[in-house]
Design a binder for this molecule. Structure first.
Ligand code: SDX
Length: 373
């Protein structure tokens, strides 16, 4: 393997694809989805417009947007066996594990092999799965989706059993816009790797959910909230600066900080930080925002490391009453748009993904019969 002398651990810095889906400038902290800056999208876009943008590399006109809304609405209901699975699985199962299994099951209920239809079906049904499991595990009736409203609106409706107000819908929509797409992150890479074997979209998305679940990736938002709740348990002695320094001294990771690409403030975190401030004040959770800011300052001073998308999203979701172990599921609800967009892109110009590993083991061992080992 002399031709591969250098190992890029974690594939750092390797460019393996070209894409029209997103651009990240890790030095300036800029993020663009298919031509549109994240700040522009955060201010103007609905999640459905972002889905269309990522799938088609352009914004929809009104007619196209209406059509997409209608298709999503008509696909939100889950097949009965998937609802049965959600009702019968363990109530204390990890929500991301339940979501992964349920999404995998959806493959069995598709009437065709059309990728566009599959993308719409899985985008429409992920929120229904998440809400249904949360209700079941809390001993509540499953709420069927409505034939009206946006993805954000319906998710909150199915989760809480009542229609959300405009402010809540807007918050959820913005979270979905901010998490939709992010280049060759681990879950999208997984999705493309599965797609590249000419497997199907449900397999690719199921694999991507498995990758997103881990705390070094999407699982970090739940881990951030657990960190903040650990601090809260210390009551009057809670000191976010001391907490951060102690963690660093123990060589532990501060969840929600650091990024392979960003060497500055994650531009999505700018929006989430603002939301976190507003919502924590509105809901009487000021301390969460204050602690978060103290952690940001300490991490900057101690390690020159900034927060990523998962840091402030935790206090945002907490303030709007969502259980911490659902946060990564909400990330999934959004990132499905990026995954499916990359699936289309990979399929349109496919090549099997198959890197090499440098063998560092023995080569000339003699066989020893089992009784002599
Ligand atoms: C997401 O890729 C994407 O785009 C992902 C994402 C998306 O939208 O898809 O942006 C979403 O996954 C965000 C990241 C969520 N994960 C976390 O918040 C977990 C905590 N962060 C890290 O463990 C870490 O920063 C990673 C996993 C995000 C990045 O890992 P890298 O690029 O492999 O960097 P590293 O672990 O090698 O760290 C480099 C240095 C080390 O110090 P030295 O050994 O060089 O002295 O930075 C330190 C690390 O110890 N460091 C941290 C730290 N993150 C990096 N130290 C303390 N706390 C941290 N969070």
């Amino acid at each position: 393997l002399e031709q591969y002398p250098h190992i890029n651990k974690g594939l750092a810095g390797i460019v393996a694809f070209s894409t029209t889906k997103s651009f990240i400038d890790g030095q300036t902290g800029d993020l663009i989805y298919a031509g549109y800056h994240i700040d522009t999208l955060a201010e103007n876009a609905t999640f459905e417009e972002v889905c269309f943008l990522l799938w088609n590399d352009r914004l929809p006109n009104q007619e196209e947007l209406d059509e997409l809304h209608n298709k999503l609405r008509s696909e939100r209901q889950l097949p009965e066996p998937v609802i049965e699975y959600i009702k019968n699985t363990r109530k204390d199962a990890e929500p991301m594990a339940v979501l992964r299994t349920a999404v995998s099951m959806l493959a069995d209920f598709q009437d065709d092999s059309n990728d566009t239809n599959h993308a719409i079906a899985v985008t429409a049904q992920i929120p229904t799965i998440i809400a249904a499991f949360d209700r079941v595990r809390n001993g509540k009736e499953v709420v069927s989706p409505l034939d009206e409203g946006s993805t954000a609106f319906n998710f909150l409706y199915m989760l809480n059993g009542e229609k959300p107000g405009q402010a809540a819908e807007k918050t959820m929509n913005l979270c979905l816009v901010l998490h939709a797409e992010h280049g060759m992150n681990a879950s999208t890479f997984t999705c493309r790797t599965i797609c590249a074997t000419e497997s199907d979209m449900f397999s690719a998305v199921t694999g991507a959910i498995g990758a997103l679940k881990g705390p070094l990736h999407g699982g970090a938002n739940t881990a951030v909230m657990n960190m903040l709740l650990n601090l809260k348990e210390q009551g009057e002695n809670a000191d976010p600066v001391k907490f951060t320094k102690e963690k660093l001294n123990k060589k532990e990771k501060m969840m929600g900080f650091g990024h392979r690409v960003y060497k500055t403030f994650d531009p999505r975190a700018v929006h989430l930080r603002k939301m976190s401030k507003e919502l924590s004040e509105e809901t009487g959770h000021e301390y969460l925002y204050e602690w978060s800011e103290a952690m940001v300052k300490t991490m900057k001073e101690e390690k020159n490391i900034d927060p990523n998308v998962d840091f402030f999203s935790a206090s945002v979701y907490y303030s709007i009453g969502i259980q911490p172990d659902l946060y990564t599921c909400i990330f999934t609800m959004s990132r499905i748009s990026g995954w499916t967009a990359h699936f289309f892109e990979q399929k349109a110009n496919n090549r099997l993904i198959r890197p090499r590993a440098l063998y560092v083991g023995e080569k000339n061992l003699d066989w020893v019969p089992v009784e002599d080992r």
